[in-house]
Write a protein that binds this ligand. Structure first.
Ligand code: ADP
Ligand code: MG
Length: 627
């Protein structure tokens, strides 16, 4: 028996109070996940103890590492005990009084005050220990650290404070005693406990005992031959690794590799990308095992960052058991595994894209934005990643059917040296862009980029299969045969007529544009904006501005179509100097119109005044016709 003395009171961190409030009032049906969280903490504590014993002889002893679960129906208690590393006084106060995971903080920020959260997501954000309050109305944690000779008792009813007292006579490790809520008393029954443990903790790599019986089989499915692992087993292992209840992975990859290094791995892709739900960056990694024993959970060095959405486990015979976090980082074995794993994932995706294109698109919708980062950061696999990219295209009626670069090339004319694209705020606006006219006329496909990142991707990819990725709003766009059709700049008339109109546009636009010139690319629209050499598109500028407000806007070139009916009318009107103010006004409004098509409302007050002035002039002209 242990004696408890000198009780001290503490207050929970504000976020914890909010979290406990949420958890204790949630009607979350899978609240047995709380047991899984506590078991997984016990298992972590055993892993850490094994590592300590391996590296420091003083702490070695003969007792086997294990977890014991005990139900006490009469006392309405559920007890989970481990002989792991335990916690010191300070560790109890910080580990069980604050939230260390930024993911959980993000989660809480997204919960409307007093509102209901999707508690089923909670498991993914490391609320771990606190989930005990879904089942219990009070929790006691009795723990002795392997470094100390006596221990501590932590206690709380989850309402805002907790206490810590000295506890004599505790064995090494941690004991969690849940006093179950009235409606959760079933969790004190052995039968119920065993069924929960079988469901959620089958893969825990340490024995879990109820009475004398070990209830988990601890079977490492990754060492089994691929074909023998069932979907059901994969789903369970996925749930164990991800702490997600009732979900199966979108796809899995099971690898057995012998050279250049021996390892086995199972990787899982979730169905949804939680980063897109606004919970911040994913922070988990891959579990790393040496000879079937966990050496590091959440190892981030095993996959590049752009594949950070994958969960899984890697097990190698070629790693020493006592490898530490520091030595892992520049470990050549890890580097080699990472190389093979990355290629394995990209090959898997490529096969999925060919064999099950619909499933691949589901994947791409969720993880495409993350995957794209690979173009910029992984030169070795740039082409592999490039093949996996998908874009909307001018080929289909509404641009909605995505295409890859390889398919684009297959459809393009044999002598074509470029892959054309155009960025914009959304498909509807891009499709209205005057820049597309000549491509439609010549039946040339253009990729339509709505994700601002895509223009960066195209710029950093530069070329694919020897075809240059070309933005069709570049000022120096070259189209085969283009120059023959229309006058070049040198031949452009500078006085009278069209030249006069351009001059008037120039004078009214001032430094809103880099320059004003005759267009060779337009067929119907009066005007379009193109990028000056080295200039950035509106989308790119917007993206940069979002990150750095000081970013100077780069000016663009206004191209004017001499064949457009409106421009021809203006050319006629320019013969009379009285019409000059009107033509200037038109120049400003044409420029504003092209900006609107790119999703940018430039100078809105001026624009309203201008449209009003133009309407007044139009009304005047009409009334003179009536009279
Ligand atoms: P996580 O396990 O994701 O770190 P938890 O809320 O589940 O988050 O646990 C918080 C911390 O409390 C753990 O990181 C660990 O340091 C400590 N802890 C919880 N349970 C135990 C245990 N049984 N033995 C030792 N330490 C524990
Ligand atoms: Mg935990």
């Amino acid at each position: 028996m242990s004696t408890v003395t000198n009780r001290q009171q503490f207050t929970f961190q504000a976020e914890i109070k909010q979290l406990l409030q949420l958890l204790s009032h949630s009607l979350y049906q899978s609240r047995e996940i709380a047991i899984r969280e506590l078991i997984s903490n016990a298992s972590d504590a055993l892993d850490k103890m094994r590592f300590v014993a391996m590296t420091e002889e003083t702490y070695r002893d003969a007792s086997p590492l294990e977890i014991v679960v005990e139900g006490r129906p009469d006392a309405r208690e559920l007890v989970i005990r481990d002989n792991g590393i335990g916690m010191t006084h300070d560790e109890l106060v910080t580990n069980l009084g604050t939230i260390a995971h930024s993911g959980s903080l993000e989660f809480l920020k997204n919960v409307p005050a007093g509102g209901k959260a999707d508690v089923s997501l909670i498991g993914q954000f490391g609320v771990g220990f606190y989930s005990a309050f879904m089942l219990a109305d009070s929790v006691r944690v009795r723990s002795r650290s392997y470094k100390e000779t006596s221990g501590w008792e932590w206690e709380s009813d989850g309402s805002g404070t907790f206490s810590v007292a000295e506890a004599e006579g505790l064995p090494r490790g941690t004991e969690i005693i849940l006093h179950l809520k009235d409606d959760a008393k079933e969790f004190a029954d052995d039968y119920r406990i065993k069924s929960v443990l079988k469901t959620y903790s089958g893969f825990v790599p340490h024995p879990i005992k109820v009475g004398d019986q070990v209830v988990n089989d601890q079977k490492p499915i990754w060492v089994e031959p691929k074909g023998q692992v069932t979907d059901e087993q994969h789903a369970r292992f996925y749930q164990y690794l991800t702490h997600r209840a009732d979900e199966s992975p979108l796809w899995h990859l099971h690898m057995a590799v012998d050279s250049p290094i021996q390892f086995r791995a199972i990787l899982y892709c979730p169905k949804t990308n939680v980063e897109r739900l606004g919970f911040g960056r994913l922070e988990h990694g891959i579990s790393l095992c040496a000879k079937r024993i966990l050496v590091q959970g959440d190892c981030r060095d095993l996959l590049p960052e752009y594949l950070r959405f994958l969960y899984g486990l890697v097990d190698s015979e070629d790693l020493p058991l006592n490898v530490s976090r520091e030595t892992l980082q520049d470990n050549s074995v890890i580097r080699k595994i990472r190389g093979v794993l990355t290629k394995g994932v990209l090959d898997k995706l490529s096969a999925l894209a060919t064999e099950k294109p619909d499933e691949y698109l589901d994947f791409y919708k969720q993880f495409g934005p993350t995957l794209k980062e690979g173009i910029a950061v992984d030169p070795t696999n740039r082409d592999r990643v490039a093949k996996l990219l998908r874009f909307a295209s001018s080929r289909s009626e509404d641009g909605s059917e995505p295409t890859g670069l390889e398919d684009y090339i297959k459809r393009a004319p044999a002598d074509s040296k470029a892959i054309y694209y155009l960025g914009g705020p959304d498909l509807a606006s891009i499709r209205k862009s005057p820049n597309l006219e000549i491509f439609r006329k010549r039946n040339l496909e253009v990729l339509l980029l709505t994700d601002p990142i895509d223009e960066f991707v195209m710029t950093s990819l530069h070329a694919f299969d020897n075809k240059t990725l070309t933005s069709i709003d570049a000022s120096d766009l070259e189209l085969p045969g283009l120059d023959a059709e229309k006058p070049t700049e040198a031949e452009e008339p500078t006085t009278g007529g069209f030249g006069k109109v351009l001059d008037l546009f120039r004078s009214s636009l001032g430094d809103r544009v880099e320059s004003v010139r005759a267009s060779k690319r337009l067929t119907d629209s009066p005007c379009c904006l193109v990028n000056a050499d080295g200039g950035l598109s509106i989308q790119m500028q917007r993206l940069l501005k979002a990150n750095n407000r000081e970013f100077p806007a780069s000016r663009r070139i206004l191209e004017v179509n001499p064949d457009a009916p409106l421009i021809q009318r203006l050319v006629q009107l320019s013969a009379n100097p009285e019409n000059e103010p009107f033509i200037r006004l038109c120049g400003l409004q044409l420029w504003a119109n092209t900006m609107v098509l790119e999703g940018e409302t430039a100078e809105p007050e001026e624009m309203v005044a201008r449209v009003q002035a133009l309407m007044e002039q139009a009304a005047q002209a009409k009334s003179s016709i009536i009279i």
